[in-house]
Ligand binder design. Structure first.
Ligand code: ADP
Ligand code: MG
Ligand code: MG
Length: 246
């Protein structure tokens, strides 16, 4: 699914990723944990192709193709989804229009027919219901006036409608109360399948009680310094990142 090999990236001339390597197979859920400033969000932005994040070395192969050679919208159409740590508000653009436009743009790039209005409404309603987002929020401007938890649920609604091969979810658990955490976790678990993969970025162990990862990696100072199984989360919580990295 994803092979990251010795990735180096910088922002404003400052090296942030310093030789990061990671392989994610189809069917797997990987968690990336690490302290603030380790480069977790930077990794997600580099994968998505955000402006200003310059790759200075290494490679990323996504489903057999050179991911870094693609434009951001081509990466999305190829099946990469990024759930943002801080979802943006888009005043004046309804959530439904936004999502339908994104879905059909991706389908067009893949050479697939667009979905009709009726088909789309069915998909959107099912996703909103599954993620516990009241459907009238789908008619409002994207994320505008949404609470932190509603924004995160909305990210998951988008994921369920777009059905990516790989979802990179950056701190999807932040700002969620315990009920929302459960719903969002069920949303993530519902995407589990033998041909889909998830990269969960989090710095709390809490989410990983609900979405049990196959592998956990510790990201510090721009590289993976330690990897383990699901039990590593509790060890990190108890002992701290520095002790594990030492
Ligand atoms: P994390 O998500 O792990 O908390 P980030 O990827 O957000 O870490 O940030 C990693 C490092 O990159 C931090 O030291 C941060 O200050 C720096 N950084 C991130 N974005 C920028 C930017 N736009 N300009 C300069 N430095 C940045
Ligand atoms: Mg941070
Ligand atoms: Mg971050």
């Amino acid at each position: 699914m994803l092979i990251i090999d010795n990735l180096h990236a910088e922002v404003d001339g400052k090296p942030i990723l310093k030789g990061l390597s990671l392989t994610v197979n189809a069917g797997e859920v990987h968690a990336i944990m690490g302290p603030n400033g380790a480069g977790k969000s930077t990794l997600s932005y580099v994968l998505a192709g955000r402006d200003g994040y310059a790759v200075t070395g290494g490679s990323v192969t996504f489903r057999g193709e050179d991911l870094l050679a693609k434009e951001p919208h081509e990466r999305a159409a190829a099946g990469l989804f990024l759930g943002l740590q801080y979802p943006v508000e888009i005043p004046g653009v309804s959530n439904l229009l936004f999502l339908r436009t994104a879905l059909n743009a991706q389908r067009t790039l893949r050479g697939e027919p667009e979905v009709s209005g009726a088909e789309f409404m069915k998909l959107a309603k099912a996703a909103a219901e599954k993620l516990g987002l009241p459907f009238d929020m789908m008619k409002r401007a994207v994320n505008q006036g949404f609470s932190g938890g509603e924004k995160k649920r909305n990210e998951m609604v988008q994921m369920h409608v777009l059905k990516p091969w790989l979802a990179v979810l950056d701190e999807t658990d932040s700002g969620l109360d315990i009920d929302a955490l459960r719903v969002v976790s069920e949303g993530i678990n519902a995407m589990r399948s033998p041909d889909h993969a998830t990269l969960l970025i989090t710095h709390y162990q809490r989410l990983l009680d609900y979405v049990v990862p196959d592998h956990i990696h510790v990201l510090m100072d721009g590289r993976i310094v330690h990897s383990g199984g699901a039990d590593l989360a509790h060890k990190l919580e108890a002992e701290g990142y520095s002790a594990i990295a030492a």
